[in-house]
Design a protein around this ligand. Structure first.
Ligand code: CP
Length: 313
């Protein structure tokens, strides 16, 4: 097994092609553990992990916790409302106090871009970015890459389209970095208000017409409209968005027969994706969630398990 020389996982920028291959290969070998009767190995016994979530989460928080427990790490979960930040303690002081209890890893989701980078400089523990504002969500990109490789056998040379609010999506930003690094040809599509000016500099093609953008693609990734952040200011109405940019049976009529449909979740049924497509055989949305546990097990193992020195059996 190769080396993974990182204290933190903050951005897809820091990962080389070899690093990404190592995460995906490790996840492939760890995935089987979740199918056993006893879903546990001793690999991270004695390691302490804090799950620190300032924003709501179903998939990321649960899968990190499951991943840590399946590797026998000790986990503690903390939310903003349950922490002493409600009594006026600063974010940095909170991180320093967590560090004083000697965790091996802090997994942080935060509404502010750059928050994980800030505490990574303050604490000796490793820090994993579990989604920071509109910046990045690296483990989501890794589980998406894993799912694509599992379904298509490769990532290099694939045609992939990402449709939706590219400008405010941390999932899109991490995926564009990861997919282009791994040799995929990436197109982005959505209303002009949701496509960042100059996005081509990230190595992607822009097609503002989703009906043409999805044609000929191996992978179609739909994104949620982030109504809680800014979605309502970027389009006239949800109904209009759904009729022009939502993935429906009609839009799927002209796509490749073997195309897969992905979505990081949570999905807004009837907005960016119809139930007909979300629940159809071409949808791998729940497989992404399953793979999230294996990929997060791999990331935990590679960061604090002593990659190359420890057995994963
Ligand atoms: N994809 C994702 O990050 O989902 P959660 O917000 O539920 O963690």
């Amino acid at each position: 097994m190769g080396r993974f020389d990182h204290k933190d996982l903050l951005s897809m920028d820091q990962l080389s092609v070899e690093d990404i291959d190592l995460v995906l290969d490790t996840a492939e070998s760890l995935k089987e553990i979740s199918t056993r009767d006893i879903k546990k190995v001793p690999t991270l016994r004695g390691k302490g992990i804090v799950n620190f979530f300032y924003e709501p989460s179903t998939r990321t928080r649960t899968s990190f916790e499951m991943a840590a427990k399946r590797l026998s790490a000790d986990t503690v979960s903390l939310s903003a409302s349950g922490s002493s930040m409600v009594k006026g303690e600063t974010f940095i002081d909170t991180a320093r106090n967590l560090q004083a209890m000697s965790p091996d890893l802090i997994i942080l989701r935060h509404s502010s871009s750059g928050a994980p980078h800030l505490i990574a400089r303050e604490v000796a523990a490793g820090v994993i970015n579990a989604g920071d504002g509109i910046n990045e969500h690296p483990t989501q990109a890794l589980l998406d890459l894993f799912t694509i490789r599992e379904k298509k056998g490769t990532i290099e040379g694939l045609n992939i389209v990402i449709v939706g609010d590219i400008a405010h999506s941390r999932v899109a930003r991490s995926n564009i970095k990861g997919m282009t690094k791994m040799g995929a040809k990436v197109t982005v599509s959505g209303p002009p208000t949701m496509i960042p000016v100059g996005v081509e500099s990230m190595g992607v093609r822009v097609d503002y017409d989703p009906a043409s953008a999805v044609q000929g693609q191996d992978v179609i990734m739909m994104l949620r409209i982030q109504l809680e952040r800014h979605g309502k200011f970027l389009m006239p109405s949800l109904r209009e968005y759904a009729s022009f940019f939502g993935l429906s049976g009609e839009m799927m009529r002209n796509v490749r027969e073997d195309a897969i449909v992905m979505h990081p979740g949570p999905i807004n049924r009837g907005v960016e994706i119809s139930s007909e497509i979300a629940d159809s055989p071409c949808s791998v949305i729940l497989e992404q969630v399953t793979n999230g546990v294996a990929v997060r097990m791999a990331v935990l193992y590679l960061l604090i398990g002593g990659a190359g020195r420890d057995s994963v059996d």
